[in-house]
Ligand binder design. Sequence first.
Ligand SMILES: Nc1ncnc2c1ncn2[C@@H]1O[C@H](COP(=O)(O)OP(=O)(O)OP(=O)(O)O)[C@@H](O)[C@H]1O
Ligand SMILES: [Mg+2]
Length: 371
Amino acid sequence: MITFEGAAKLYPDGTVAVDGLDLTVETGRTTVFVGPSGSGKTTSLRMINRMVEPTGGAVLIDGEDVRRRDPAVLRRSIGYVIQQAGLFPHRTVRDNIATVPLLLGWGRARARARAAELMELVGLEPAQARRYPHQLSGGQQQRVGVARALAADPPILLMDEPFSAVDPVVRASLQDELLRLQRELHKTVVFVTHDIDEAVRLGDRIAVFRPGGRLAQYDTPERLLADPRDAFVESFVGYDRGVRRLSFFPARDLSLRGEAVFGAGTGAGGALAAVRESGEPWALVVSADRQPLGWASAEQLGRAPADTALGELDLAPYGHTFDVGTDSLRAALDAAVLSPAGRAVGVDAEGRVLGVVSQDDLGTALWSVTE
Ligand SMILES: Nc1ncnc2c1ncn2[C@@H]1O[C@H](COP(=O)(O)OP(=O)(O)OP(=O)(O)O)[C@@H](O)[C@H]1O
Ligand SMILES: [Mg+2]
């Protein structure tokens, strides 16, 4: 457990970087610091490993004031990852990762073996071990940074905007990796970001900082989105927080419609009759193994000769599907909004269609869960 007790940082030029921070970071969980630029996130983070000394109050790790620890020893027990990875340019990937084990006197063979193990853990190819940082992509460099921070198996990991410098796709995959690692390793992670989506995705708890280095709210992501404490937090979490919040509700509980799902061999006439009876304006056409093929409108069915197989019609694209077992209401809503039929296609883990859900059905479900 890391405890900030009235921790403050006043710089000699009069800047109040952090102002009386009281906060407890739970062991084995991920705590995210978010807030606008200059709100004291980095300063607070660095108080934990004594890269910044507080001018008031204290920071304690498991009840002990960090000022009683030798800074060099303390830092070896705390992994630290920064934005541009901060790798040593003239050391290979392997030697970058082995830095702390070597400092701890593990010996070269053991340190390199550990580096190889970590490369696998963070998803780097063994062949990259002998490369230099400039021979890697930004995302790969960040993986090396994470591997290096984890090398000596420290209980605490501090991450200061580690994924901000990479593109959104790489960023999402690094976030996934961190979530996976954390499920395995259960480190006490303190993660700084500007990005509320990243915070919600990664954090067990989120601390929102406001300008002037003050804590605005400290809560679970669910509570932060459901109940921002004041106008500042509300504007920071974004006015689309309602939609973001849907990511906490599983799509599993939606009731899916199956009346308007037809095999590709079905005749247009039969489909039209069924569609009319169900009141659905669209028919979803699926292959023999229930993979979605596309949408046919009731109008289109009416125009086609009754014996035309649905698979021969010019179908509207089904858009993207949502996984009923694992996705959230946010994913289902997104799929429905993007679908030409205004309906989302729910699939199982193998991509087989389980049913469809309309925007109206979703509206009703959203209303009941967010009430
Ligand atoms: N060495 C220093 N001397 C004077 N002021 C400083 C110093 N280091 C940081 N500050 C100031 O302290 C405040 C908090 O800085 P900090 O780096 O903690 O913010 P941050 O929330 O991490 O911002 P960002 O999101 O831009 O990284 C800022 O106003 C900054 O200018
Ligand atoms: Mg910062």
